[in-house]
Design a protein around this ligand. Structure first.
Ligand SMILES: [Zn+2]
Length: 215
């Protein structure tokens, strides 16, 4: 019985949402456009968008984004994400986006839930990383299923660090390297503390806080 329950949980965890890429993309909000943000599907049309913070399936256990939240990134990440996706597509893989632009007030709520700067960036007076739409949280899918990376998103354990070997199989390490290499080809660098987090150019530069809706 226990084995059956575990199998069901695993299937749910690795199930991919349907890819919707037939309909034309609606324009981003005027605020997003003014801030230079684009919908990631405009550069990666086959991207799987699974924004976990728009669901209860996240470490806070509550939806932090509206249900119609979009994966918005700064336009400077566009060519690199397209290049990474093209390299992966040629090998039979698809990029899955778990998080993209994250509004400042959501970052505050996350830090209040897990006040540990090793796992959740401490919100400040400036926007960096996700708050500046310069970082993305991604994984890979192949054949309609998530690729096994060894941990789920936001697994706050040492196994989630990008180069972990303890408790991470050789295949899982190779899968992480495959993702890292493709993202690096697009100029996006992994954060050593989380295998799924990648920074685009200038992600660490402090910028004015964006007042842009995520939907
Ligand atoms: Zn991240």
């Amino acid at each position: 019985m226990r084995r059956i329950v575990a199998a069901v949980v695993l299937a749910a965890q690795f199930a991919c949402p349907p890819v919707v890429n037939a309909a034309p993309l609606p324009p981003v909000s005027p605020q997003a456009r003014a801030a230079g943000l684009i919908d990631v599907r405009s550069v990666v049309p086959d991207a799987v968008i699974d924004l976990r913070y728009a669901t209860t399936n996240n470490f806070v256990g509550l939806p932090l984004y509206p249900p119609d939240a979009r994966c918005l990134v700064h336009e400077s990440l566009g060519p690199g994400l397209a290049a990474a996706a093209a390299q992966l597509r040629a090998q039979g893989y698809t990029l899955v986006f778990w998080d993209c632009y994250r509004p400042h007030e959501v970052q505050v709520r996350m830090f209040n839930a897990v006040p540990d700067p090793a796992w959740v960036a401490k919100p400040g007076d400036y926007a960096r990383s996700h708050e500046a739409a310069r970082s993305v949280d991604v994984t890979l899918a192949a054949g309609g299923h998530l690729v096994d990376m060894g941990t789920d998103f936001d697994d706050f354990s040492p196994r989630a660090t990008a180069y972990a070997t303890e408790g991470v199989s050789a295949q899982q390490q190779a899968n992480r390297a495959l993702l890292r290499n493709a993202m690096a080809a697009g100029g996006l660098a992994v954060y050593s503390g989380e295998w799924w987090h990648f920074d685009g150019p200038g992600a660490g530069t402090p910028r004015p806080i964006l007042d842009v809706p995520v939907n």
